[in-house]
Design a protein around this ligand. Structure first.
Ligand SMILES: [Zn+2]
Ligand SMILES: [Zn+2]
Length: 101
């Protein structure tokens, strides 16, 4: 493994020897070009591509989903409350007539 790796050169620095291989893009890089992330040595390009989309739109999407769920809960509460109120205001004779038949 060491002999195969020592023949490899850094993808961005052709004059430098590669010390590790990025597991994401399978390219060889020198020590300066890789960064440890979640126990893996990723290159700068893969690190930027892998972390940026997760932090941005995903967070706002979950926030919007939570707001929608809260709005749905509020609407259903209002609907149930008003329907219960309307049922209470109905004349007792009307409900009794339906039950006897
Ligand atoms: Zn990479
Ligand atoms: Zn390099």
């Amino acid at each position: 493994m060491t002999t195969a790796l020592s023949r490899q050169r850094c993808w961005t620095h052709p004059r430098r020897e590669a010390v590790s291989r990025c597991p994401s893009c399978a390219k060889f890089y020198c020590r300066e070009c890789v960064t440890e992330h979640d126990g893996r040595l990723l290159c700068v390009q893969c690190l930027a591509a892998g972390t940026r989309p997760l932090a941005g739109p995903a967070g706002t999407r979950w926030g919007r989903l939570a707001a929608l769920a809260l709005l749905g809960l509020l609407v259903s509460f209002v609907v149930f409350y008003t329907s219960g109120y309307v049922l209470q205001q109905l004349p007792p004779a009307w409900t009794r007539g339906v039950e006897s038949e």
